[in-house]
Design a protein around this ligand. Sequence first.
Ligand SMILES: NC(=O)c1ccc[n+]([C@@H]2O[C@H](COP(=O)([O-])OP(=O)(O)OC[C@H]3O[C@@H](n4cnc5c(N)ncnc54)[C@H](OP(=O)(O)O)[C@@H]3O)[C@@H](O)[C@H]2O)c1
Length: 251
Amino acid sequence: MKAIVTGASGGLGLEFAKLLAADGIDLVLVARSADKLESIAADLRARCNVAVETIAQDLGVFDAAARIVERVPSCDILINNAGFASNGPFDSLPPARLREELLLDVVTLTELTRAYVTGMHERGSGRILNVASTAGFVPGPFAAVYYASKAYVLSFSQALAEELRGSGATVTCLAPGATATGFAERAEMKRTLLFKLPMADAASVAKAGYRAMMAGKDLVIPGLSNKMLALSGRLMPRRAVLWISRKLIEQ
Ligand SMILES: NC(=O)c1ccc[n+]([C@@H]2O[C@H](COP(=O)([O-])OP(=O)(O)OC[C@H]3O[C@@H](n4cnc5c(N)ncnc54)[C@H](OP(=O)(O)O)[C@@H]3O)[C@@H](O)[C@H]2O)c1
């Protein structure tokens, strides 16, 4: 069995890679940091006796997915994990950064799924895990593009899971809340209320996603408070949802 993990040089992606390797699954690890990927690969090869290939590729550019598919034509498991957020007033954020965010969080995720799902469907087996966020359940003033991109990932994953039902191939959506990784620092969100509240640890969030994916579940939201947050986005009046969301993210 072969699994592709995007964003495998740290955070949740590294934890997914460890879980897969521990189950004896060969890996293709993708991120930009070639040196980090190589040292993770060496460690997993030595500890778990699995084959590990690394691909240093920026996934926030046009045709990124095609370049991955050229190197790896087929896989049994695809974990679309790489993603980042931009935080601040929408009209202050550099357009190039927003484009990169959409390419990474939405376009490459969709194109990788499109590239590998056909083989899974034909073989009658395969697992796809798309990492969304509790942000996917609510609009996010001051991180508007990120929240909207995760709403896309959630909607896309659930729709595709339904299309594939009964085929043997499954799509799972993981929707974590705030988790201790490099994410908040990259997004310059460390001073937001959201990241001052207690955070989940990356290993337990990844384990919840991994187990749900292997079991072929449609959706997993780790943690009770995150489940409530997701539910509140659907039950509370929209203005109240927007107010809370703003308070959690505005700096
Ligand atoms: N941490 C949270 O609070 C949280 C909450 C909800 C959802 N999530 C989601 O969880 C996923 C994983 O994030 P994380 O928390 O593990 O963040 P992280 O620690 O910042 O890791 C992000 C990973 O994505 C890779 N990456 C970033 N930009 C890339 C690009 N342009 N091309 C290729 N790879 C890229 C990074 O590697 P390189 O820099 O080496 O490329 C890194 O391996 C993301 O989709 C994020 O939106 C995170």
